[in-house]
Design a protein around this ligand. Structure first.
Ligand code: MG
Length: 182
């Protein structure tokens, strides 16, 4: 068995691992949640299986806790036990004074109680503002809105593997990660 990294990777849900749409797109949805057609990002189940062999993983979304639990039930392979499956109740509501709006932030220091320091945590998210306080931990992924030919998770897998033995993930420049070649 290959050795597991001491790093934790937190994944967002909406537009990162799945896309939930009020109407059916040009092809059948993978499953329904209430009145929503839920589309899985291509390869998401094998991606989660493969990445969980190398890292501890968790899910954190700013959607409602019920929604998060149910979506994760659907897409997470049964053999994987994520460290956390967190929804909106674990987010921190922040005010954007410039635009006078509110947004939900994922404060990664909340994971310290689970045994992971900020130097050990990566967050994969399509929304940069969701991890504003923890900019150095974020890998920004192209948003998924149902494109059946999307290949982002393949690129992402190879890139994430480079962090297995990194001492401090925060000091690594992550912009332009998609151009990384293994
Ligand atoms: Mg998202």
């Amino acid at each position: 068995m290959e050795s597991k990294s001491d790093k934790l990777i937190i994944f967002d849900l909406d537009e990162t691992l799945i896309h939930a749409n009020g109407a059916e797109l040009g092809y059948p949805a993978h499953f329904m949640f209430d009145a929503y057609y839920v589309y899985e990002r291509p390869g998401v189940r094998s991606f989660l299986s493969d990445i969980a062999r190398h890292f501890t993983i968790g899910i954190w979304s700013s959607a409602s806790d019920d929604y998060v639990a149910e979506i994760v039930d659907h897409i997470m392979p049964a053999t994987i036990e994520p460290l956390v499956v967190w929804g909106r109740s674990k987010c921190t509501m922040k005010r954007d004074y410039e635009y006078d709006t509110y947004y939900y932030e994922k404060r990664l220091d909340k994971l310290k109680k689970k045994g992971f320091r900020l130097e050990q945590i990566l967050i994969v998210d399509d929304s940069p503002e969701k991890a504003r306080t923890n900019y150095g931990n974020a890998v920004y992924i192209k948003e998924f809105t149902g494109d059946g030919n999307d290949k982002e998770l393949q690129f992402l897998f190879n890139y994430l593997l480079t962090f297995k033995t990194t001492a401090n993930v925060r000091t690594v420049e992550k912009r332009g990660w998609r151009n990384f070649s293994s």
